[in-house]
Write a protein that binds this ligand. Structure first.
Ligand code: COA
Length: 260
């Protein structure tokens, strides 16, 4: 499929989705959000894609936020639907994606850009990355899940400090906060993500999808995560992946999961 604002490349079981508006520091406009939705949907239907790496084009930015020029004239109802549509189309979709999504944060991840990275399953940053939720400096608050996901990841006090000050934090601080899992030099960012992706894709994709559902259950209102874990654990026993994994272990060979 041909996109105008993103790139999607498949190689060796990994789909790399790149936000590609470098002259606008990859700011998320509505076309980009729709195209990202389509690219994720396509990857979801592609049985060969075992891991998705999400990054930004160029060396300066992952995503410098939602495109301010698109909403500068909005009023309340338009603002509400901007946030609702974005959350449903993209951010919630990524968080609940059954294929693992790694955000490769290669520079500024601000506002909607940090929210996009937060919706991925985990994050790796380049050493030049700068992260923040500067919305209050524009008279706004984060609208793509940032008030929820940042607090879940780094704790309420740190999240509120970042949101209230509108300050950016650098990659070492993001690492200390647990916001990113690794910090590497920029040229090693994608190789690091691909090494992690290779480790992930050697495991059962069905079990990984079940683990994502069980972990996410903890953050859902009215859902008991332990009950979801019990149910997902049980379902694994009826899969071919379980038979292959346990058989391969007992036969002292590497497993070759069918993903069924
Ligand atoms: N929305 C729309 N356009 C954006 C953007 C955004 N969130 N972030 C950057 N851009 C555009 C700039 O307008 C500029 O476009 P132009 O060349 O047509 O004027 C281009 O990207 C380059 O940005 P510039 O500001 O010149 O780069 P810089 O290196 O001086 O500063 C930032 C980088 C990230 C500090 C600065 O661009 C910035 O503060 N961006 C907005 C961050 C933000 O508030 N995000 C949250 C939005 S809710």
């Amino acid at each position: 499929m041909k996109y105008n604002t993103i790139l999607s490349d498949f190689s060796n079981g990994i789909t790399t989705i790149t936000i590609n508006r470098p002259t606008k520091l990859n700011a998320l406009n509505s076309a980009t959000i729709f195209e990202l939705h389509s690219a994720f949907k396509a990857a979801d239907l592609d049985f060969e894609t075992k891991v998705i790496v999400l990054t930004g084009s160029g060396e300066k930015a992952f995503v410098a936020g939602a495109d301010i020029s698109e909403f500068a004239h909005f009023e309340e109802e338009e603002g509400r639907s901007l946030a609702k549509q974005g959350q449903e189309l993209l951010f919630d979709m990524i968080e609940n994606f059954s294929t693992p999504v790694i955000a490769a944060v290669n520079g500024y991840a601000l506002g909607g850009g940090l929210e996009l990275a937060l919706s991925a399953h985990f994050r790796v940053a380049s050493s030049n990355a700068l992260m923040g939720l500067p919305e209050v400096s524009l008279g706004l608050i984060p609208g793509y899940g940032g008030t929820q996901r940042l607090a879940q990841l780094v704790g309420k006090g740190r999240a509120l400090e970042l949101i209230m000050t509108a300050n950016m934090i650098d990659a070492p601080k993001a690492l200390a906060y647990g916001l990113v899992n690794y910090v590497v030099p920029q040229e090693e960012l994608l190789p690091k993500c691909y090494t992690l992706a290779d480790q992930i894709k050697s495991n059962s994709s069905l079990a990984i999808a079940a683990a994502i559902r069980a972990v996410n259950a903890n953050y859902m209102d009215g859902v008991n995560g332990y009950d979801v874990e019990i149910s997902e654990f049980g379902k694994c026993f009826d899969t071919e992946d379980f038979i292959e994994g346990t058989t391969a272990f007992l036969e002292k060979r590497k497993s070759n999961f069918p993903g069924k």
